[in-house]
Write a new protein. Structure first.
Length: 202
C-alpha cells in the first residue's frame, strides 16, 4: 500500500521567529516536501476554494470567524478515494489552538477505518494544542501513530528540518489505536509531532 502526505499550508504574510515575514512557500508545505523526500509518499495540498487573505491580521480574523462558526470551507479538490493508502501523514499549522477548518473538511470526507494517521504540526510555540484530540474526533476508527514527544525551536534550516522530520519516521514507536469507544494506547508518549517552524494564529 502507498503513503500519502496531506497538508494544509499558507504562503503570503506569516508570523514566525518573532516577526511578520512574507514567504512564497508556506512552512507546512516545506516540511511536507522534505517528508516526501524521506518517505517517498505522494503529496496532496489541502486548499480552500476561497483562500484566506495574504495579510496576516486579516487571515487571523477570517480563521477566527470560521472557527466560531464551526465552518467547513469548500476545498478546491479532494482525492477521489484513500483506498490505495494505508498511511497518511497529516500536516497543518496551529490555528487558534486547533487545525485550520479546511483540514476538518478533508478529514470528515473519508472513512478512516484501517488507516494510520501520522500528524505533524508546524507552530511558533503553541505545539500541538488540542489537535490530537480534534483529529481523533474528526477521523474516527483510524489508527494513530505514537511518535516522539518533542518540540523544536524555530529554525528554517533544511538540514535541521530533515533531521527533525526523520525522528517522526523512527520505526520503534508503538502504534496507538483510537476510535469511537475511546483510546487504547501501548505507548505513554504523546501521539503526534510538533515542529517549531511557525506559524501560529492566536
Amino acid at each position: 500500500m502507498k503513503k500519502l502526505i496531506a497538508y494544509y499550508s499558507r504562503a503570503g504574510e506569516n508570523y514566525f521567529s518573532g516577526a511578520h515575514r512574507t514567504i512564497a512557500v508556506g512552512n507546512t508545505e516545506k516540511a511536507a516536501r522534505l517528508l516526501a523526500e524521506l518517505t517517498g509518499a505522494e503529496l496532496f495540498h489541502i486548499e480552500q476554494k476561497v483562500p484566506y487573505s495574504d495579510n496576516y491580521d486579516t487571515c487571523v480574523a477570517e480563521a477566527r470567524r470560521d472557527l466560531r462558526a464551526n465552518a467547513r470551507p469548500e476545498l478546491t479538490a479532494l482525492p477521489e478515494s484513500l483506498d490505495d493508502y494505508d498511511e497518511i501523514y497529516l500536516g497543518y499549522p496551529n490555528y487558534c489552538g486547533t487545525m485550520p477548518m479546511a483540514v476538518y473538511t478533508f478529514l470528515e470526507h473519508y472513512d478512516w477505518q484501517g488507516k494510520t494517521i501520522h500528524p505533524f504540526c508546524t507552530n511558533e510555540g503553541s505545539g500541538l494544542s488540542n489537535t490530537e484530540q480534534d483529529i481523533r474526533r474528526a477521523a474516527r476508527h483510524a489508527f494513530h501513530r505514537a511518535d516522539l514527544p518533542t518540540r523544536y525551536t524555530p529554525c528554517l534550516d533544511t538540514l535541521y528540518q530533515r533531521r527533525a522530520l526523520s525522528i517522526l519516521l523512527r520505526p520503534h514507536f508503538i502504534q496507538t489505536t483510537f476510535g469511537g469507544t475511546g483510546i487504547s494506547t501501548c505507548c505513554p508518549s504523546p501521539t503526534a509531532f510538533a515542529l517549531g517552524l511557525g506559524p501560529d494564529l492566536p
